[in-house]
Design a protein around this ligand. Structure first.
Ligand code: HEM
Length: 347
């Protein structure tokens, strides 16, 4: 009984910490925490319940959904553009190198969620919002912090080019200087960068994402046993195999990723260098010794990331199928449904 009470107190205290921190991230104009409260009140339970079922069969899908939201938001904002198939206007974002390793299942799960949500509420919820909710629930259902996210994103009408995609998603062989600079361009500070990198506490990576650290010469910062095992998994630089990003608890959203880094067992250069660089080293240590602090900063950074370049109000559309833009540019149905002013009919 005593231990149950202790757990209860811990949960209440930690959710208070998270909620008070999240209040410090401003909500972008047009988004709100109660956006669908009247026209799709069941939205969050539909998403969470479906994902519970998906993850019961395969918890590793959580990582794919979290990464999908990151790749959506960093390129042209959280507008669902990463979900779009290619068209006459060119190859899609999905075909750009950093997106080739996004999980096919993640795209299907988002479209399945859209189907369930639209069946209950009509076409009022965007694919971008569904992706954001799926990422949040992936964190929660993997054992991470629970937090509310503002909603009301609209889906973009266009995808980004290959070059824009490459320019906005840093490579795993980047060092901290490159990562800090790249993310500073999106107004993330060093704490945000270290916290967001904690997304690598779940999921897997392909050999080609880290074998530059093994061949032709082994990265001196890498733990010897860790390196030896990685060489067994990836006998050549391009072996088509994957391995866990967090060797300690690969499917649990905890702070063990930072413990890995302190033990020189981070998989990518972009991970391990956070513990080498003096600007980020102490932040890594602080998260490794204090999981609640990591959760607090992670939620903070996710709320910022989830609001990057969002489309709201009359912008964009609510896609009827997440992988294709609506055929009818005059999106009258959703305009009427959301009670927008007639001037919006031009969209
Ligand atoms: C800071 C710069 C980042 C770099 C350079 C980076 C790079 C990568 C790479 C190379 C992979 C593995 C791809 C593969 O080989 O299959 C990966 C996987 C992953 N990344 Fe990142 N990432 C970054 C930031 C983030 C952020 C901000 C998040 C989310 C908050 C995130 C979440 C994930 C997850 C969950 C996976 C595993 C995906 C799966 O198992 O399907 N990453 N990342």
């Amino acid at each position: 009984m005593a231990s149950y009470l202790q757990l209860l107190v811990l949960v209440v205290v930690s959710s208070f910490v998270v909620m008070s921190e999240s209040a410090s991230v401003p909500v972008s104009p047009g988004l709100s925490y109660s956006f669908y409260s009247s026209n799709c009140p069941k939205l969050e339970s539909i998403v969470r319940n479906h994902l519970k079922q998906v993850f019961q069969k395969d918890i590793t899908q959580a990582a794919g959904l979290l990464r999908l939201h990151f790749h959506d938001c960093f390129v042209q904002g959280c507008d669902g553009s990463v979900l779009l198939d290619g068209s006459a206007s060119g190859p899609s974002e999905q075909e750009a190198p950093p997106n080739l390793s996004l999980r096919k299942e993640a795209f299907k799960i988002i479209n399945d969620l859209r189907g369930l949500v639209h069946k209950t509420c009509g076409r009022v919820v965007s694919c971008a919002d569904i992706t954001a909710l799926a990422a949040r629930d992936s964190v929660v259902l993997s054992g991470g912090p629970n937090y509310n996210i503002p909603l009301g994103r609209r889906d973009g009408l266009n995808f980004a080019s290959r070059q824009v995609t490459l320019d906005n998603l840093p490579a795993p062989f980047s060092n901290t200087t490159v990562i800090l600079k790249s993310l500073a361009g999106k107004r993330f500070d060093a704490t945000d960068v270290v916290a967001l990198s904690g997304g690598h506490t779940i999921g897997r990576g392909h050999c080609s994402s880290f074998t530059e650290r093994l061949y032709p010469k082994q990265d001196g910062t890498m733990d010897q046993t860790f390196a030896k095992n990685l060489k067994v998994t990836c006998p050549t630089a391009n072996t088509d195999t994957t391995t866990n990003l967090d060797i300690r608890t690969p499917n649990v959203f905890d702070n063990k990723y930072y413990v890995d880094l302190m033990n020189r067992q981070g998989l990518f250069t972009s991970d391990q260098d956070l513990y080498t660089d003096s600007r980020t080293k102490d932040i890594v240590t602080s998260f490794a010794i204090n999981q609640n602090l990591f959760y607090e900063k992670f939620v903070n950074a996710m709320l910022k990331m989830g609001q990057l370049g969002v489309l709201t109000g009359p912008q964009g559309e609510i896609r009827a199928n997440c992988s294709v833009r609506n055929a009818n540019k005059l999106d009258l149905w959703s305009v009427v449904d959301q009670g927008k002013q007639p001037r919006f009919s031009q969209f």
